[in-house]
Write a protein that binds this ligand. Sequence first.
Ligand code: PA5
Length: 459
Amino acid sequence: MPITLDYSNVIDANIGAEHGLSISKIESLSDKGKEILDDLRQKAEQGELGFYKLPFQEETFSEILTYANAARKRFDYYVHIGIGGSALGPIALQTSLLNSYYNLSETPKMFFPDNVDPDWIYDLLKQIDISKTLFHVVSKSGATAETAATLLYFMKYLKESLGDNFYKNLIFTTDPVKGLLNDIAREYPIKCFRIPPNVGGRFSVLSPVGLISAAIAGIDIQALARGAAEMAQKCDNDDLLKNPAFLYAAIHFLYMKKNKNISVMMPYSNKLRDLADWFRQLWAESLGKRYDVNGKVVEVGQTPVKALGATDQHSQVQLYVEGPNDKVITFLEVENFEHNEQIHNHFSDIDEFNYFEGKTLGELLNAEKKATELALTNNQRPNLTVKFSEVSAENVGAFFFLLEAATAFAGGLLNINAFDQPGVEHGKIATYALMGRKGYERKRKEILKQLSEKQTFVV
Ligand code: PA5
């Protein structure tokens, strides 16, 4: 099996009744789970839940591949302008599936400036030759302040370098009709890819949002889709105790009820580290909600935390093993590393190093994972493992789909809308008001009044 979910260490037989879950407790959610599964199927069929269909968009894949093949020949640099759901998936694809030092030896060199720190952006500007750079602007709404401002920043240099031909180095990925990027694209012949309207930002990695940069860097996007499609089938299983998305959601839901409101994702793999970053947004924005679907105040959610094994064994694990028992930990483990050389004790006089003889770094990493897992389990700390047979496009695609479907199930169990983000919208609106965007004058007045009345305590 390419990726598996091992949930043995949440079961009461292994971690005790107080912090463990019985199989019957998980089974007790089956009726609700079946209802959610039917609802998700119906919404996918009726076109309300677009992420279910993304692994099957053959036409889009060939359009992307044709474009990417041409772009790879034309450009030496690729700059991805987007934030949140328009950046985290694309970044995770690059770090998991490319050589870790890809930019040192390959072209186009890939950059993902997903923040508006002016010094950071300036440093990037100094690294690229604008005339040989493809700028891919990704925004579903087409209006996000950080994305728009970064585009405008680079526009100055695009115009200086290419004059009226600046549009030839730009592509947009946005809503099919709505938003300001479409207004620009109506004026200039800018190549546009589309985010289906029924696909939310954080569920969009397997759309052109993530696939264009992946294809340009040479990642096999059809293998990604294949892995996701296989996982989609597994997550459609009516036998819910065999459905990994339901199980992941049900376990976390039951632990939220037990006040374990922190979900740690801890890859024992540097390549997989940004999958945890991607997951952090997915879980936080989808499940962190004030109201349930009936408008009742529920204030639910689980704080996702990212950790890295083995590095964070020397930073976080003390807390996880002995601190408050308020977390559910998901390890990501790699069974077979691509390059896993044996090591030799070059200091044979030092007997204490002999246990390394003939072992590999991968064996050490996985032994450390096993050791952390044991320490947690022996201290009644619930933990699960998503095991990757290897770090491959198929498995990464499967992982994305598994967690997306699990998030949809978790939303159903919590009875909330997992697909909106009113809290993020508040922040976006306040930013527009503070920056003086037209149409936000009343909000601006309100905020300035609030700020002027605020009692300040600063030392
Ligand atoms: O998941 C989401 O919807 C958000 O995180 C968005 O992706 C993020 O706010 C960026 O929005 P947009 O793609 O509209 O620029």
